[in-house]
Design a protein around this ligand. Structure first.
Ligand SMILES: [Zn+2]
Ligand SMILES: [Zn+2]
Length: 261
């Protein structure tokens, strides 16, 4: 295994130099883990590898996970995974326990007995498609927001999630989220001991949400959600928000490496 000692990062690494959300060729990212690590080195960042499992790629069998964790260790990347909430998937618990941390992020909803993945909305947000048509099942805004909250709650109840990823990246409702809904989501994360991710790729949550989260005692994490050479390690938005909020370093979540040697 890795020659890495329990201290995986130099003790002087500032919490503001962590990027805990990156994808590689183990799921839908374009860079290999070695490529991700090269960006981390070039940018002076401590990075985590957080590929999706059971979909979008290679992470399926126990052997795949072993290879994945070995690739992270070899490249001095933290061992993370992104759990796609709202998508019916069954994960082998053992492989989760070998991760240093889990990001849980809403990638779809089951409503009226049908699965509605958010992938088209994500592609639209990235400019990969010109139009996005809101599914009829999402048209009732209050009902949709309630269902999102329930899906976050189920995810946080079911999985040992330590970071809630891109939490306001939600089809059709990103702007003007109701204040009580915002509070409920923040409290859900705080009560479950999960950090709220500031997303470099998606520029969410917005400043007012983050300010409220700071007031309500939340912790935060920086995540580029990088999938390409241009987006891996791109945490400009995270740093800008941290600066505007005057975010204390102690409010940033830093995973503790969890591996058994
Ligand atoms: Zn995601
Ligand atoms: Zn992601």
């Amino acid at each position: 295994m890795s020659a890495r000692e329990p201290s995986t990062t130099p003790p002087e690494a500032s919490p503001f130099t962590y990027d805990l959300h990156n994808h590689s060729t183990f799921s839908d990212g374009q860079l290999t883990p070695d490529g991700v690590a090269a960006v981390a080195k070039a940018k002076g960042l401590v990075m985590g590898l957080t590929d999706h499992a059971l979909m979008h790629g290679k992470l399926r069998s126990a052997a795949d996970f072993t290879m994945y964790y070995a690739a992270a260790d070899r490249n001095l990347l933290l061992r993370g995974l992104e759990v796609d909430l709202g998508i019916p998937l069954t994960w082998p618990v053992r492989v989760l326990q070998e991760a240093d941390y889990l990001i849980g992020s809403l990638h779809g909803l089951t409503l009226d007995g049908r699965d509605h993945p958010f992938i088209e909305y994500f592609n639209y947000r990235l400019g990969l498609q010109d139009r996005y048509e809101l599914p009829a099942a999402f048209a009732d805004r209050a009902r949709f927001l309630d269902a999102c909250l329930a899906a976050f709650k189920k995810g946080l109840d079911d999985w040992p999630i330590t970071i809630v990823g891109h939490c306001t990246l939600l089809p059709g409702v990103e702007r003007d989220l109701p204040a009580d809904w915002v509070d409920a989501l923040i409290r859900l994360a705080v009560d479950h001991g999960a950090a709220i991710e500031i997303s470099g790729l998606w520029h969410v949550p917005d400043e007012s949400f983050l300010r409220r989260a700071l007031e309500l005692g939340a912790t935060f994490s920086f995540g580029s959600d990088g999938h390409t050479r241009g987006t891996v390690g791109e945490i400009g938005y995270c740093r800008e928000m941290a600066e505007r909020l005057d975010l204390p370093a102690g409010r940033l979540f830093i995973p503790k490496p969890n591996r058994r040697r």
